[in-house]
Design a protein around this ligand. Structure first.
Ligand code: GUN
Length: 291
């Protein structure tokens, strides 16, 4: 059994990106510039955006955070999006979700120029990804694919089972595993699937993005499978200093011994998500996907 070390791989990729940026800047070019919009005072959003800013600094990107009060109207926010669409000094931008209730998330996402949509949430990027065109892929599925590639995990002809059908993880990862090049045979399970245990236990690659702590038990996993755990649920613990611990969607202690590869929580998929955003921003700076 090998533990997939997302922390190590993410640090490697950051170094690769930093080296590319250094070359760009030495050649007299402008460094990539990522902008994040935060609306209101959501503590989690501040934390996430703080991590993104830190990663930008580490790789040599310029980063800007635009903060707006939660009283901003949808129209005003659409206007801010338009300004960023038109700003030649901004390569990519993200609107940190969730937004206040009076603002329609989808309307805002669809106002982003797909060329600058480094979160990969715009339907144009989703659609391009599904039909195999170059596209910004959202952070979590892109991070998973990167881990699979860097650990040389065979996907061709393998049975891949995805548990969860969200727009930001389940649906895109199922499509990526199906693409030419990955070539897996993909099954998607969700809350209405009748025989999840039977389906999951046939998977060579099991990807779990359900958001239910320790949902996957050893009897649901085939001997020698690769298990990718996307879940992060914070639960109270008297064993940690903070009083909290993070649990994945997989009952790690009993599942890990059966696996050929497994991602831990934390330290598996999580650290990869930010580097995917950095990769997308670098690609946006180079205009790699939309020629
Ligand atoms: N909120 C939680 N995760 C994300 C993310 O990846 N992007 C954005 N924009 N908002 C989020």
């Amino acid at each position: 059994m090998e533990i997939i070390d997302g922390k190590k791989i993410s640090a490697q990729i950051k170094e690769e990106i930093a080296a590319d940026v250094k070359k760009m800047v030495e050649a007299g070019e402008r460094a990539p510039h990522l902008v994040a919009i935060i609306v209101g005072n959501d503590g989690a959003s501040e934390t996430y955006v703080g991590h993104k800013e830190k990663a930008c600094n580490q790789v040599g990107f310029e980063s800007t955070v635009l903060r707006f009060a939660d009283t901003i109207t949808e129209k005003e926010l659409l206007n801010e999006v338009q300004k960023l669409n038109e700003d030649d000094k901004v390569d990519g931008f993200i609107i940190q979700l969730p937004l206040p209730k009076h603002i329609d998330d989808q309307k805002i996402i669809e106002a982003i120029d797909p060329k600058k949509d480094v979160d990969g949430f715009h339907p144009v990027n989703m659609g391009r990804m599904v039909i195999g065109l170059p596209a910004y892929v959202s952070a979590t599925p892109d991070g998973i694919m990167e881990l699979i590639k860097r650990y040389n995990i065979e996907t061709s002809g393998k049975s891949c089972v995805v548990i969860g059908r969200s727009n930001i993880v389940g649906k895109p990862i199922a499509n990526l595993m199906l693409q030419k090049g990955a070539d897996s045979t993909v099954t998607i399970c969700h809350s209405r699937t009748k025989n999840i245990k039977e389906i999951a236990s046939n998977a060579d690659i099991l990807i779990v993005a359900l958001g239910v702590a320790e949902y996957v038990t050893a009897d649901m996993v085939k001997e020698g499978a690769t298990v990718i755990d996307v879940g992060i649920t914070r639960v109270k613990s008297d064993k940690t200093k903070s009083g909290w611990k993070l649990l994945g969607d997989v009952k790690y202690d009993e599942v890990a011994p059966k696996c050929s590869y497994i991602t831990p929580v934390p330290g598996g998929v999580g650290p990869m998500t930010i580097v995917s955003l950095m990769k997308n921003t670098l690609a946006a700076r180079r205009n790699e996907y939309y020629k």
